[in-house]
Design a protein around this ligand. Structure first.
Ligand SMILES: Cc1cc2nc3c(=O)[nH]c(=O)nc-3n(C[C@H](O)[C@H](O)[C@H](O)COP(=O)(O)O)c2cc1C
Length: 195
């Protein structure tokens, strides 16, 4: 995935699973953001050290770095699985580490995958109020995909359905409109580091 040290868009993967549908959704969103010339940086919460994370040890270098990456971003894209009708506990543990105004002045884009559409409103009723409490004031239309809309192909890779792909395109365009022009132009001018 494309990353730069000062990417305006931070992608947060909030599934505890290594092979993750919400992670695939996030990857598909990132591709569309890159088409708009936006650079991204990815934070996989499952890769953070478990004990410092659970003990809220903000002096731990990895935890401190993760919090700093949120502070530096203009737009935060969060991708979470739906667990027990809500966003993942891993995401809540991380959000609890942010300062109370940790999302002030930032735009947020929420993505989720769930076993069915039954918990479609979990983003609006569960996650957006938390992001708002942290200061986010602008949000891009969220994308919720049921597992059937992200099927596996013969090789076992996740394939994003057409309807979801269209909604990702629309969301990516909204993100582009929220990134200040000088930052977007700077990202276009600078060669991206591909890891
Ligand atoms: C512990 C657990 C709880 C879940 N609870 C729900 C739920 O309440 N509603 C739902 O629609 N899907 C539920 N699911 C299904 C997942 O949300 C779904 O498979 C999702 O795509 C997993 O995303 P991931 O692969 O990124 O972890 C649950 C799955 C697990 C493992």
């Amino acid at each position: 995935m494309t990353t730069t040290a000062t990417a305006p868009v931070l992608l947060i993967a909030a599934s505890p699973s290594q092979t993750s549908r919400s992670g695939a959704l996030l990857g598909a969103a990132a591709e569309r953001l890159h088409h708009h010339g936006l650079s991204t940086r990815t934070l996989r919460l499952r890769d953070l050290p478990a004990q410092p994370l659970l003990h809220a040890d903000v002096e731990d270098p990895a935890i401190r770095g993760a919090i700093e990456s949120v502070a530096q971003a203009k737009v935060i894209v969060l991708a979470t699985p739906i667990y027990k009708a809500a966003y993942s506990g891993l995401l809540k543990v991380f959000l609890d580490l942010l300062p109370q105004d940790g999302l002030a002045g930032k735009s947020v884009w929420t993505l989720a995958t769930g076993g069915s559409l039954a918990h479609l409103l979990a983003l609006d009723y569960g996650l957006l109020p938390v992001l708002s409490a942290l200061g986010a004031r602008s949000h891009v239309d969220g994308v919720y995909a049921a597992d059937a809309q992200i099927a596996k192909d013969a090789a076992g890779a996740y394939v994003i359905g057409d309807d979801i792909a269209r909604r990702l395109l629309s969301g990516a365009a909204q993100v582009r409109d929220r990134v200040p022009v000088p930052v977007a132009l700077e990202a276009l001018a600078r060669p991206a580091l591909v890891l």
